[in-house]
Ligand binder design. Structure first.
Ligand code: TYM
Length: 329
């Protein structure tokens, strides 16, 4: 029996942080052994908000290096840059024709990214249409499972809806994908605000721990992380800031939250945070070492090869889709 397929991606915008790592990359590294795996750097999604062109291409390479440094193995998985496979944008156009704008307007991420816009007519169409491009990414490869953080599940639901609509209208074409999250890591919260997820676009760097942050920065950020006003170390929804830190500790030390509470119950936040910071530094060190050994030219070759492999699959799918829609002569 052939393996099921996974597809996932990260935008090369901002700094890749612990939320991206624990919510997505870490799971991919394990899943690539059991699934036919495709991982993408979604630069076309990144340009839905303004980007500096020179920095964007540097960031794209940086994200690819982080995938590799974290253990994505190009011998097991296809690794490529979205804009190098033009079938993504072409399928997106075709899917545009089965998408209701009403559904796009309802997307939480879109509402979140545009809530500050007073002049609603200045909102870019790309931002509204973003989930259609994501659907194209997923559907081009007959993806079965999409491993992501919780914030992306709504987009995957929309992808299923578009696939279902297309299949009903034009005949069975697309596989209906399912989202995959892991409970403890699906939503890592900001260190400066436990009511919002850790985010690349946060205004303060004290919101996130970057995968490439040095040890001093990590220590500073953890010591500054907000906790709750009462001194007891407990794992409870009443103390969301502490719960988030315990979750992070538990994920990186591979311990149960209960074990962590038992250890620090009689000590204060200070010891807890110092140990968490040290564990984080040690946890990220091997990834950072791998990262520093990677050579840009070698990584570019891996990406070119990956794009060729991805294109082969994507081309066939697009031919099928266009034929079903009656495009061409
Ligand atoms: P992006 O670049 O915002 O995030 C990349 C991945 O990291 C997860 N993530 C988190 N997980 C846990 N806690 C957090 N605080 C946290 N922040 C981010 C995200 O859920 C995601 O899995 N639209 C996508 C990129 C994309 C994509 C795709 C994903 C484009 N096409 C096709 C899967 C399949 C995005 O903006 O992810």
């Amino acid at each position: 029996m052939s393996k099921k397929r996974i597809f996932s991606g990260i935008q090369p915008s901002g700094n890749i942080h612990l939320g991206n790592y624990l919510g997505a990359i870490k799971n991919w590294v394990n899943l690539q052994n059991d699934y036919d795996s495709i991982f993408c750097i979604v630069d076309l999604h990144a340009i839905t908000v303004p980007q500096d062109p020179q920095k964007l291409s540097q960031k794209t390479l940086e994200v690819a290096k982080l995938y590799l440094a974290s253990g994505i193995n190009p011998k097991k998985s296809i690794l490529f840059v979205q804009s190098q496979v033009q079938e993504h944008t072409e399928l997106m156009w075709l899917l545009n024709t089965v998408t209701n704008t009403g559904d796009l307007n309802k997307m939480t991420q879109f509402k979140h990214k545009t809530h500050k816009e007073i002049e609603k007519e200045n909102i870019k169409a790309g931002l509204l249409n973003y989930p259609i491009l994501m659907a194209a990414d997923i559907l081009l490869y007959d993806t079965d499972v999409v491993p992501v953080g919780e914030d992306q599940l709504q987009h995957i639901e929309l992808t299923r809806k578009l696939a279902r609509k297309f299949n009903q209208k034009f005949g069975d074409t697309f596989v209906l994908p399912t989202g995959f999250t892991r409970n403890k890591s699906k939503r890592i919260m900001g260190l400066d605000n436990p009511t919002k997820k850790m985010s690349k676009s946060a205004s303060s760097e004290y919101n996130w721990i970057g995968i490439l942050d040095d040890s001093e920065t990590i220590k500073k950020k953890i010591m500054k992380a907000i906790t709750d006003s009462t001194p007891e170390i407990e794992y409870s929804d009443k103390k969301p800031a502490l719960k988030n830190l315990i979750n992070i500790f538990s994920l990186i030390a591979d311990k149960k939250p209960r074990e962590i509470i038992e250890k620090y119950q009689n000590q204060g936040y200070k010891e807890f945070k110092e140990d968490l910071a040290e564990s984080l530094v040690n946890y990220l060190k091997p990834i950072q070492e791998n990262y520093s050994k990677l050579n840009d030219e070698d990584v570019k070759k891996i990406l070119t090869l990956g794009a060729n492999q991805a294109r082969e699959i994507a081309e066939n799918k697009l031919v099928e889709v266009k034929k079903k829609m009656g495009l061409g002569i």
